[in-house]
Design a protein around this ligand. Structure first.
Ligand code: M6R
Length: 615
């Protein structure tokens, strides 16, 4: 949700900032803007509604020289996407510019107070209120920019990652964060800041992850200063080495990031299990679980909190953990969790799942669980994100940066890690036998090859997608482990193609959705030959006898379904708990090609952002 970037050094700031915005565009893409150091007594601010490429067009022929600047790509919260509401925002006198990711909850009251002091506002944003407040404090207290920002932030309620520059000081950027991420890149005589590390990759390999309630002063040719927002005392900070490569942030010859991310799943799943399965599959080692053995031995219950696709992975995790660990598991939408009067004790393990590690609702759920004494375990993809830094322990899924807004490899990585967690904890608890661990462990080690096999369905799925681009509604059905797979398939289709799709437990269809079935509404049925196969056959027949078209995901060689369904996509057989990984891949491709044939922007679907940092 909004990306911010800033640069100070010897390079042309505009070039660095534009490249940074392009890498952050997955966070929001309804408008973009840039502010460059003062020239002829003015900060140069350029903005455009639309994508970063629209900003580049708007800036053509303008002066973009200079070595200091800040920039922003927006996902609108306050005010429609247009040039006026786009960041950076300037203070009344034009002397201070700000970019902001987050939301300021008390902006209304502050705005009224500033209006009474003679301030006028151009935009509808909460951010403009903050920059005006900074200027007001600076004038009133006759102080420097850093003190003014700090004092203004003390009056703010809400979440922010901000970068602020001043017309009269082309050598300083002031930054601060609370509940929104901010990373500082430290180079030789140059420094960057960004919402995540991606804009920094390739330019600098040392980073500092700013903590909540910290500010930093970035000065040209001076060491970085990090201070506590509360006390104003210097804070200790670690300089870490970035492990990401530029190649991971590029499309690598694919037409979109999403297609690349679908096709790289074999390699990414190999990375995900690397070093975690030993003894030819018989032992699973997750240090986050092993190091907290007692917690897993003594737990009474597991509660999993997550949003969107991560919530679907959580539903699959519930089955696996219950099966392997013989522990009751509840799954909650992170956004509902804290409003449902949750009963959490210190005997609970709360697992938070998030690709980005920055989802505001999931972070709030973690805080609540911690306050109630639960042991909180994070499953996250982005290294150094807020969730891994706010949980007691956890596991990275290590599938590399996911840039397409629709989650694909993160989902299969999350299910993989949940399986590893269940196996590892089950071994500790003595609730899973070695034979089962070996069977699932070996299938996980084999998973890259299995998924490669599934990806060979690409051509068949392209044809299928052409047949079904006409559809306005889709139904996805699955049972057991694959009810969440049905939910995930439906979510993929709706978010990138804008076709209405619903996922249902197959047996629930007869309690309502069956009324929707007609020749216009295709039904996708996930029907591997598992313990519930015979039951799902009945559901397929119910759809067929009402004239609906059926696309079935079945195991190789399933002749009986070939006779029933209109189209069959054959996947290799794997242990039942792993079928969601294998079955979700054709669903990703189906959604992808339908969206593509409908001419959608698959990587940046309308209204969405990759990282949902607002409530
Ligand atoms: O980063 P997170 O996993 O916490 O994000 C949760 C959801 O916002 C995310 O999964 C969303 O539903 C995706 N667009 C799904 O493709």
């Amino acid at each position: 949700m909004c990306g911010i970037v800033g640069y100070i050094g010897n390079r042309n700031a505009y070039d660095v900032l534009i490249q940074g915005l392009k890498r952050l565009e997955y966070r929001g893409y309804d408008s973009a803007g840039i502010a460059l150091e003062g020239f002829d007594g003015q900060l140069r601010v350029y903005k455009a509604k639309g994508k970063v490429s629209d900003l580049e067009k708007a800036v053509e022929g303008k002066d973009v020289t200079g070595t200091l600047g800040i920039a922003h790509t927006r996902w609108a919260t306050h005010g429609v996407p247009n040039n006026v509401n786009a960041h950076p925002h300037l203070s009344q006198s034009g002397s201070i510019a700000i970019v902001h990711n987050g939301t300021i909850e008390n902006y209304g009251v502050l705005k009224e107070a500033l209006i009474r002091e003679g301030y006028t506002f151009k935009s509808e944003t909460d951010t403009e209120v903050l920059v005006q407040l900074i200027e007001y404090v600076k004038v009133k207290n006759k102080c420097g920019l850093f003190d003014a920002v700090r004092e203004a932030l003390h009056q703010i309620e809400g979440a922010y990652a901000i970068a602020v520059i001043e017309r009269d000081d082309p050598d300083t950027i002031v930054v601060a964060r609370k509940s929104s991420p901010l990373v500082i890149g430290v180079g030789e005589n140059e420094t960057m800041l960004a919402s995540d590390a991606t804009p920094i990759v390739g330019l600098m390999d040392k980073v500092v992850y700013l903590k909540d309630d910290e500010m930093a002063v970035i000065r040209r040719d001076k060491p970085l200063q990090v201070l506590s927002l509360e006390t104003n005392h210097p804070s200790d900070f670690d300089i870490q080495t970035l492990k990401m490569s530029v190649a991971e942030l590029e499309k690598g010859g694919y037409e979109t990031f999403m297609l690349k991310e679908i096709f790289e799943q074999p390699d990414r799943l190999r990375d995900c299990v690397r070093g975690r399965i030993l003894d030819d599959g018989a032992q699973v080692v997750l240090s986050g679980v092993r190091d907290n053995r007692k917690r897993f031995l003594e737990a009474n219950r597991v509660v999993i909190v997550a949003c969107g696709t991560s919530w679907h992975a959580a539903l699959i995790g519930k089955h696996i953990i219950q099966d392997m660990c013989k522990l009751p598991v509840e799954v909650e939408y992170a956004s509902e969790f804290r409003y449902s009067g949750p009963i959490i004790t210190d005997k609970d393990i709360v697992i938070a799942i998030s690709q980005s590690g920055e989802t505001a609702d999931t972070l709030a759920a973690i805080q609540l669980a911690k306050n109630k004494g639960a042991f909180v375990y994070g499953i996250c993809n982005v290294v150094g994100a807020s969730i891994p830094r706010n949980t007691d322990s956890g596991t990275y899924i290590h599938v590399g940066p996911e840039i397409g807004v629709a989650s694909t490899k993160a989902f299969t990585g999350q299910v993989t890690v949940l399986t590893l967690l269940a196996l590892c904890a089950g071994q500790i608890r003595g609730t899973v036998d070695e034979e089962k661990v070996r069977m699932v462990g070996q299938a996980l080690m084999q998973m890259p090859e299995t998924v490669k096999e599934v990806l060979k369905l690409d051509g068949q799925i392209q044809q299928l997608a052409r047949t079904f681009t006409y559809a306005h509604n889709f139904l996805y059905l699955g049972r057991g482990y694959n009810y969440p797979t049905a939910l995930e398939g439906a979510l993929k289709l709706k978010e990138i193609s804008y076709i209405h799709a619903e996922g249902y437990p197959a047996a629930e269809m007869k309690h309502g959705p069956i009324a929707l079935i007609d020749s216009e509404m295709p039904t996708v049925v996930i029907a591997p030959t598992d313990s519930l196969y015979d039951k799902i056959v009945n559901n397929v027949q119910q759809v067929k006898s009402r004239g609906g078209a059926v696309i079935a995901i079945v195991n190789k060689g399933n002749a009986s379904m070939q006779d029933m369904a209109d189209y069959c996509l054959e996947i290799p057989e794997v242990p039942e708990c792993l079928t969601p990984i294998v079955a979700s891949v054709p669903l990703q491709l189906l959604a992808y090609y339908i969206a593509k044939y409908k001419g959608r922007n698959v990587d940046q679907p309308r209204n969405l952002a990759k990282s949902v940092t607002v409530e």
